[in-house]
Write a new protein. Structure first.
Length: 1012
């Protein structure tokens, strides 16, 4: 299934189309049956991922003898359809003529003339030569006010695809069409310039636009052979074409433009890739001309379909940033000098070997990158274990996701999401906890927002900050920071005490009820109310809602999504366990619309752990001490795995300061800004004898290195990423590595060779074949099975059968039963006090990823959010007399940062919020965070930080500049609202026939329901 979920359809029935019988499903759009039958039919406004919006009328066919829209007619038993009768043809032509009266066909000099322009292709399909309605310029100006795209009303055919995508797929609700205006057009926030609207630049509208009315700026003047003409020449060229067209007809002109399109296609490369930002796993084609990125074109991606967020659609300039590293650097006498690859690699091999010889293998440690591929993460841990002989290897899931993995391993047996994004869409109740989903996992959030808007799911958001999803939720609960464990346990106790638990599920599929029941005994409603600040009635209402949503086992139930608000606490593992326990007692596992979804942050943070870049497990979560695992690896690697746990990220720094760790090789991780307590971390780096950093840029962390290696970016290599859905997807090389850089896998292979292990890999496919051999959950993964947009969700059996939905029949324990785990409350350590009186929260923003090393190199993103800042509540601002833009100093026991204030109701009272992205290392929020950690996994308790605030005298502009989408005013509506077009006095159904067949689908507002 690709793209957003469509309405369920009924039983199969027979439909006669052009005299042949086909099978359809009652309720599905007739056009889907026609398309499956591969009968050519014009359909300009229809997009399978949007559903019927019925604005263009080009799909007119005769249905039971009456002409109507094929897209707007739901299938019923016994339909007789004829697509090419004279009346149908007349209506199709008339509808198309109306379209081209709104659209100047200058295809040969159009950047959208790439073989996939729907308006162009429909002209050929209908054989139109002389349109009856000439093009009428609308006299409306183009809008170039957005950094990434422009709108040209003169080319807009008013199909409304963009409106539908914005209203009901992205659900940003920015776009509408003013159907009642004399000259309708697409509007942003009801008539604002794009750059002053609520548009988040996700790109959905541009992706679905069937012509050049909405275009990526990176395409303009770049895609075609003749499209970079200066404006006067361009206009003269159009006039020339028009002149010829009058005498020769359109087909001849179209033939010329088809030849031009064919010629340009030779210079445009379209490469399937996977987004390198968050863990949603959006995949798409990226169009390039040499190193110029023309555009990102989503469509068939299994996780995202037509969807992207601003980073996936437009955030690629970082690849061509002028400050990419292009030569290895070696530190000499305190300064870096350029070196050849051979010299740098020789030095690394020699120093690692020397330190191992002097201090033993455990004096070395390795950190894999969650931005690099699975194959590369696998090689990092192979290098540590096989070449060096240490288990000192980890990845950045230590900073966010390890507690969630721990909670799931304890209870259900796999450390990953229970199902896919489609399974979340099927839930009757979605609960998010400590997750700013709309900004951190934007495309996944669109599916939650859509299901909620269409009335399919209820939404409960539990968070301390009022972000977008919180504003949309049916219920928004704001507990005290760090107390999620308490209300979750109180819910479980209440449900068990009242006999509301799913007894049948517990009896047949779950162990450990009694012990668990005892463990939640102390969590009465009264205690929960006192500890969390939530009212007992709110907790009880939520318990009833969960029980009600999970009751009908033939439908979806409850999905719980959580992120760093839960995991970056002293009790992150315990709270993650409590979430899973709650799902188990209510029977919310094992069917679509249920389950646990710890939303993975980085594009491949799931994969980095899956691949064994962890101190106690090799790939596939196999324990290093497990005899069978030892045996497999002895056979494959020729060494015996050491059984004892190695150092994790945080322990590595402690060991360096203690003098026990001497060397660290760190790949693609700006650890000095992302680990907690940055000042402590820098002491650790300084204490090392030898440090290697491998990255795209000379990062802040690289300053501490002895050797810096220039890595290739994801667009410059092949490999696979694994998304939050456990979905393994291939990326292909869109451009060769920038001169002087190398893919990470080649770098590890070259050093291993120098240290006596000849791996001999020539392509990442060979590494994946090895992974499959030693990793049972990846047994059936191969590059052949991952061609193009094909993907596999692990576990994957040897025959290639994958598992998008886990736990349907059994949980991942020997007896197949889940385990209720008696978790323990870990209260926070740093509640605000007299000296540090504010609670500090931190997290991601939509425009930036993590610390911002990639996104600050994208001009449009950097302009939208130029730097970090601190969110201050209106109450706190009034109390301390702080104004927007005022500089303040935040001070914690660990450090201080100077930032500008932004006053917003997203935070309340004495809570302040600082985004993780920082242009300058000295302002990074992790100067403030401390050394307290999750008690089970050592994940830093970033969210458990108290600070005090000093108001500084300097003022300045608001750090969130005018034009940021957060200042916009969306215009929610049920969709494109085509009924308003049909109500215009000048509208008649094309061909002069007026019947409105399919009115049951016309009433979209009924179906949408929702919150407008
Ligand atoms: S938010 Fe902006 S870019 Fe996204 S669909 Fe709406 S108008 Fe288009
Ligand atoms: S801008 Fe919107 S309404 Fe206009 S042609 Fe493109 S998708 Fe259709
Ligand atoms: S950042 Fe995440 S949501 Fe955005 S396009 Fe990339 S994978 Fe998709
Ligand atoms: S395809 Fe546009 S009305 Fe059917």
């Amino acid at each position: 299934m690709r793209g957003p979920l469509r309405v369920n359809t009924g039983p199969e029935v027979a439909v006669q189309i052009d005299g042949v019988a086909f099978v359809g499903r009652t309720g599905e759009p007739l056009i889907d049956v026609i398309n499956r039958a591969q009968i050519e039919l014009a359909q300009v406004c229809y997009h399978p991922q949007l559903g019927p919006i019925q604005t263009c009328d080009t799909c007119a066919v005769e249905i039971n003898g009456v002409v109507g829209r094929a897209c707007g007619t739901p299938v019923t038993a016994g339909l007789t359809v004829r697509t090419q009768t004279q009346a149908a043809r007349l209506a199709q032509r008339d509808a198309y003529d109306r379209i081209v009266s709104n659209h100047d066909l200058y295809c040969t000099v159009c950047d959208n003339n790439n073989g996939n322009c729907t308006v162009h292709n429909t002209l050929s399909l209908l054989g139109v030569d002389h349109p009856t309605r000439p093009f009428q310029p609308k006299g409306l100006a183009q809008d170039h006010s957005n950094a990434f795209y422009r709108y040209d009303p003169d080319q807009c055919i008013l199909c409304g695809r963009c409106v539908e995508a914005c209203q009901n797929v992205q659900v940003n609700e920015t776009l509408s069409i003013n159907w009642e205006a004399e000259q309708p057009r697409v509007q942003w926030d009801g008539g604002k310039p794009i750059g002053e609207s609520s548009c988040v630049s996700c790109g959905h509208c541009i992706t679905v636009c069937p012509c050049n009315a909405l275009m990526e700026k990176s395409m303009l003047g770049e895609a075609g052979l003749l499209t970079a003409l200066p404006k006067p020449v361009f206009e003269a060229a159009i006039d020339l074409v028009k002149g010829v067209e009058h005498s020769s007809g359109l087909q001849l002109i179209m033939n010329v433009s088809d030849v031009e399109a064919e010629t340009r296609s030779a210079s445009i490369q379209k490469t399937k890739t996977v987004c390198t930002y968050c863990g949603v796993g959006c995949s798409f084609e990226i169009w390039t001309k040499d190193r110029h990125i023309l555009k990102v074109e989503p469509g068939p991606g299994p996780a995202n379909g037509i969807s992207t967020c601003v980073k996936g659609k437009f955030g690629w300039e970082y690849v061509n940033s002028g400050d990419r590293l292009t030569t290895p650097l070696i530190r000499e006498n305190g300064r870096f000098r350029e070196a050849s690859w051979d010299e740098a690699l020789d030095l690394i091999a020699w120093r690692l070997g020397e330190i191992k010889g002097q201090h033993g293998p455990d004096a070395l440690a390795f950190i894999a990158s969650s931005k690099a591929t699975n194959e590369e993460a696998y090689l990092v841990q192979k290098f540590a274990r096989q070449v060096i002989g240490t288990n000192n290897v980890d990845n950045c899931s230590r900073y966010c996701q390890s507690p969630a993995t721990q909670g799931l391993m304890r209870t259900v047996g796999y450390g990953g999401d229970s199902g896919t994004i489609h399974d979340i869409e099927n839930a009757r109740l979605v609960i998010t906890v400590g997750s700013n989903t709309a900004e951190s996992h934007p495309v996944l959030a669109t599916r939650v927002k859509r299901a909620h808007k269409l009335g399919r799911t209820q939404l409960v958001v539990v968070d301390i900050r009022e972000h977008e999803l919180a504003r949309r939720a049916d219920t928004f609960l704001r507990p005290r920071p760090g107390t999620d464990f308490v209300w979750l346990s109180a819910l479980s106790r209440l449900i068990l005490d009242n006999g509301w638990a799913d007894d049948a599920f517990l009896q047949t599929r779950v162990n450990g009820l009694e012990e668990f029941r005892a463990s939640v005994d102390a969590f009465t409603l009264a205690y929960a109310e006192a500890e969390t600040g939530l009212a007992a009635a709110e907790i009880e209402a939520l318990a009833r809602q969960i029980v009600a949503a999970g009751q009908d086992k033939t439908k979806g139930g409850v999905c719980i999504l959580w992120a760093m608000g839960v995991t970056q606490q002293c009790g992150g593992s315990e709270t993650s366990t409590a979430i899973s326990n709650l799902l188990l007692i209510t029977g919310n596992y094992g069917r679509t619309g249920t389950g646990a979804y710890p939303l993975r942050g980085h594009n491949n943070v799931q994969g980095a752990s899956d691949m064994g870049a962890m101190p106690d497990q090799v790939s596939g979560y196999q324990k290093v001490a497990d005899p069978l695992t030892v045996q497999t690896h002895e056979r494959e690697w020729g060494v015996t795995l050491r059984p004892e746990r190695g150092l994790d990220n945080t322990q590595m720094i402690d060991a360096a300061i203690a003098g026990n760790l001497k060397a660290l090789w760190l790949t693609g991780e700006e650890m000095s800004l992302t680990d907690a307590n940055a000042n402590h971390l820098e002491k650790g780096y300084e204490a090392l004898e030898f440090m290697v950093v491998q990255d795209l840029y000379f990062t802040h962390t690289a300053r501490y290195a002895d050797v810096v290696l220039p890595a290739a970016s994801a667009l410059e290599k092949e490999g696979t990423f694994t998304s939050t859905e456990r979905r393994v997807q291939r990326l292909y090389e869109a451009m060769p590595p920038l001169k002087g850089t190398r893919p990470d896998w080649q770098i590890y292979t070259a050093v291993a060779e120098r240290m006596g292990q000849s791996w001999g890999y020539t392509h990442p496919a060979e590494i994946m074949a090895e992974i499959a051999r030693v990793t049972p959950i990846m047994a059936g993964v191969s590059y052949d099975r991952l061609q193009g947009f094909d993907s596999l969700c692990w576990p994957v059996a040897e025959d290639g059968t994958d598992t998008p939905l886990l736990y349907v029949d059994r949980f991942n324990f020997p007896d197949g039963k889940a385990r209720l785990y008696p978790a323990q409350y870990q209260p926070r350590q740093h509640t605000p006090d007299a000296e540090f009186d504010l609670h500090l929260n931190s997290g991601r923003m939509l425009e930036h990823f993590h610390e911002g090393n990639m996104t600050f190199r994208v001009a449009g993103l950097a302009a939208s959010v130029p730097d970090t800042f601190v969110e201050i509540s209106p109450e706190l601002a009034a109390e301390r007399q702080i104004t927007n833009g005022q500089w303040v100093r935040l001070i914690s026991p660990n450090g201080a940062v100077k930032v500008q204030a932004h006053i917003t109701g997203r935070v309340s009272g004495h809570e302040v919020y600082v985004p993780m992205n920082a242009r300058h290392a000295e302002d990074a929020v992790n100067r403030l965070t401390g050394n307290n950690r999750d008690t089970v996994t050592n994940t830093p308790a970033y969210k458990d930080t108290a600070v005090r605030l000093e108001v500084l005298p300097e003022g300045g502009p608001n750090p969130l500049p005018k034009g940021n989408s957060r200042y916009g005013h969306p215009t929610p509506q049920t969709g494109v609202e085509v009924e308003r077009k049909w109500a215009r006095p000048d509208y008649v159904f094309p061909g002069g026939l007026l019947p409105m067949l399919g009115d049951s689908l016309n009433a979209r507002s009924d179906r949408l329901g929702g919150d407008d």
